[in-house]
Design a binder for this molecule. Structure first.
Ligand SMILES: CC(C)(COP(=O)(O)OP(=O)(O)OC[C@H]1O[C@@H](n2cnc3c(N)ncnc32)[C@H](O)[C@@H]1OP(=O)(O)O)[C@@H](O)C(=O)NCCC(=O)NCCS
Length: 167
C-alpha cells in the first residue's frame, strides 16, 4: 500500500527517511545527487519541507515502511518551488510523483500560495510530461544552461503552475 506523509519530526525516523531519499537521489539523479548532509542542511530552513511516499509493506510499523518517492519544496510567502522530486525506479509510472504533486497542490492552496515554480532539463522527457500533465506551463527557457564537457548543452525550462483560478 502506498501512503503519503510529511517528513517525520522525530529525529531517528527523520534521519532514516532523509537517508532513504539520499539513496534514491543517488540512483535517479546520479550526475547531480543531493547527499544526506546537503538535504539535512536544506531541511533546517523553515521554508523548506518534504513530502514522502512510502510503500507500507506490512502496514504495522516503521520496519515495513520504505520510502519510494519524495518531493522537496520551498515556500516563500505566496511563491513555492519544487526543489527535487523523484521516484525509485521500480515504482516509476505507478502514479507516485502524481500523488506527490497532488498533495503538494492541496497544501499550497491551503496556505494561499499563488504559484509553484520549478526548473527542469529540456531533455528530461518523463519530468516534462509529468509537469505538463499537472498543468505546469513553460514560462522561461535558459538557453544552454546545463553544460558538461564533450556533451551538447541542454536548455533549462522554468515551468510554473498558478493557483489563482483553481476553485
Ligand atoms: C519524473 C519522475 C519523478 C516521474 O515519477 P513517476 O512516479 O514515475 O511519475 P507518475 O507515475 O506519477 O507519472 C505521471 C505522468 O508523468 C508522465 N511520465 C512519467 N514518467 C514518464 C516516462 N518515463 N515517459 C513519459 N511520460 C512519463 C506521464 O504523463 C505520467 O502519466 P501516465 O502514466 O498516466 O501516462 C521519475 O521519472 C523520476 O524519478 N525521474 C528521475 C528524477 C527526475 O528527473 N526528477 C525531476 C527532475 S526536474
Amino acid at each position: 500500500m502506498f501512503v503519503i506523509e510529511k517528513l517525520p519530526a522525530e529525529a531517528t525516523n527523520l534521519g532514516q527517511a532523509v537517508q532513504e531519499v539520499a539513496d534514491i537521489e543517488s540512483i535517479v539523479q546520479s550526475h547531480d545527487a543531493w547527499e544526506y548532509h546537503a538535504l539535512c542542511d536544506l531541511l533546517e530552513q523553515d521554508s523548506i519541507d518534504m513530502l514522502l511516499v512510502y510503500d507500507e509493506q506490512d502496514g504495522i510499523d516503521n520496519a515495513g515502511k520504505v520510502v519510494i518517492g519524495y518531493c522537496l519544496y520551498q515556500v516563500v510567502f505566496e511563491q513555492a518551488e519544487v526543489l527535487r522530486i523523484g521516484t525509485l525506479p521500480n515504482y516509476q509510472r505507478q502514479g507516485i510523483a502524481s500523488k506527490l504533486l497532488t498533495q503538494l497542490n492541496k497544501e499550497l492552496q491551503l496556505r494561499d500560495v499563488a504559484s509553484l515554480l520549478l526548473e527542469v532539463r529540456a531533455d528530461n522527457a518523463p519530468a516534462v510530461a509529468l509537469y505538463t500533465k499537472h498543468e505546469f506551463a513553460v514560462i522561461h527557457k535558459r538557453k544552454n544552461y546545463y553544460q558538461l564537457p564533450y556533451q551538447a548543452a541542454v536548455d533549462a525550462l522554468i515551468m510554473q503552475r498558478t493557483y489563482e483560478d483553481t476553485p
